[in-house]
Design a protein around this ligand. Structure first.
Ligand SMILES: NC(=O)c1ccc[n+]([C@@H]2O[C@H](COP(=O)([O-])OP(=O)(O)OC[C@H]3O[C@@H](n4cnc5c(N)ncnc54)[C@H](O)[C@@H]3O)[C@@H](O)[C@H]2O)c1
Length: 375
């Protein structure tokens, strides 16, 4: 397999590193200008630097494309790559609207190609362990799901990134950017689907300071700035109803001081509960009513085959954020290598990506109309 990456920011480098750790062949990179393609090619030791995206997708040596550009480019880039016969691994969110994501999911299903969306958090070993325990009924029927995803990198008015603009990232920001990781995770682990949503969103900064030029993710504005109006939310609360009658509440914020990248869930069933925190990803809390609670430390000799097959290191050797990319990509490329494009997927697909956009639109509608919205 020969792989090319578009996007040279935070995610471009993370994808390149994860692919190289899998000993996959990253042959080319494309940035927002020929100069950026060249500098990324040198920095990341990737041989080919594409002048434009057309050159990337018309390169006959490229088998698969990783899309790591800002959200508004995902739809046209993924469409063009699929039409050129390339496998596509796209960053989340898959597109800006559900009509775009539906078109992509439909096109992907008509091709003998793999099409994945990078909901990488699914691949923390202890999230796979949670999934296994829920699937095998150890915790009993799920009746409630509590979760949050909090960061602080957009706390100040001077914190700026393309994501804060609706035209670059979409009308929904915190929920679409990080909340969809949480929504995807709880649904993929429990096998339940969200059927109704009540959302309450809040924008702390109605204006932000935009610096000249680009600002890389997780950095602050420097030098001269210009005040720009902001319509996307900094935080939001969701009440959820699931298809088995379970209830959920999720809180998402990009402005909670001290929380750097903290996704937490607590899922309760009739026999027990389970809780996890992405800032301590190698520990899983197991809650019991009639015996002492337990903590399970990641260890492939103790966890289920579902978790241990995506665990690279023995117990006591911490695994984290970069490993989830490696494992998500391993699932994607193993699927391609197996060559059966009708087989069940072990990675998040364009269908999953489409479902997240549908949920985002329901969140926005619920907030605007101040009512429960069916999905
Ligand atoms: N899965 C995850 O954990 C995760 C984490 C962060 C971001 N993301 C997603 O990854 C994507 C990129 O986010 P990021 O944080 O890396 O942003 P970023 O701003 O750090 O990087 C985006 C890069 O894309 C480049 N770019 C802009 N327009 C381009 C174009 N037309 N062609 C080629 N390159 C172009 C920019 O120059 C920049 O280098 C977003 O969709 C985001 O939602 C996913």
């Amino acid at each position: 397999m020969n792989i090319a990456i578009t996007g040279t920011g935070f995610m471009g480098a993370v994808h390149a590193e994860a692919l190289k750790r899998l000993h996959l062949n990253v042959i080319g990179i494309h940035g927002s200008s020929p100069k950026k393609s060249l500098s990324a090619s040198a920095e990341l030791s990737i041989p080919r630097a594409y002048e434009d995206y057309q050159k990337l997708i018309s390169d006959p040596d490229v088998d698969a494309v990783h899309i790591t550009t800002p959200n508004r480019h995902h739809f046209p880039m993924a469409m063009a790559a699929l039409e050129a016969g390339k496998h596509v691994l796209c960053e989340k969110p898959l597109a800006m609207t559900s009509s775009e994501s539906a078109t992509l999911a439909k096109l992907a299903s008509s091709k003998e190609l793999a099409a994945g969306v990078n909901y990488n958090i699914r691949f923390y070993p202890l999230c796979l362990e949670t999934r296994h325990r829920l699937k095998t009924g150890t915790l009993g029927d799920v009746h409630s799901i509590m979760g949050s995803y909090a960061q602080d990198w957009l706390l100040y008015e001077t914190d700026y990134n393309w994501r804060v603009l609706a035209e670059e990232g979409g009308k929904l920001r915190a929920i679409a950017d990080i909340g969809t990781h949480l929504l995807d995770l709880v649904q993929s682990m429990t096998g339940l689907k969200v059927t109704e949503i009540l959302a309450d969103l809040h924008t702390i900064h109605p204006t932000r300071q935009r610096p000249q030029g680009e600002v890389q993710t997780f950095t602050s504005a420097q030098g001269e700035t210009q005040s720009v109006p902001i319509e996307t939310e900094d935080l939001g609360t969701l009440l959820l109803r699931f298809d088995n009658g379970a209830k959920g509440s999720l809180f998402v914020s990009q402005a909670t001081a001290g929380r750097k990248n903290c996704l937490r869930y607590e899922i309760a069933g009739r026999q027990g509960s389970v809780a996890w925190n992405s800032e301590e990803p190698n520990v899983l809390w197991l809650g019991h009513r009639d015996k002492p609670n337990e903590t399970l430390v990641k260890d492939p000799f103790i966890t289920s085959a579902e978790a241990s097959s995506f665990t690279a290191y023995p117990g006591g050797h911490a695994e984290g954020f970069p490993d989830t990319f490696k494992m998500c990509f391993r699932a994607f490329y193993d699927y391609i290598a197996a060559g059966d494009f009708t087989a069940p997927h072990s990675f998040p697909t364009f269908e999953d990506g489409h479902r997240e956009i549908v949920l985002c639109e329901a969140v926005l509608k619920s907030h605007e109309e101040e009512r429960w919205v069916q999905v």
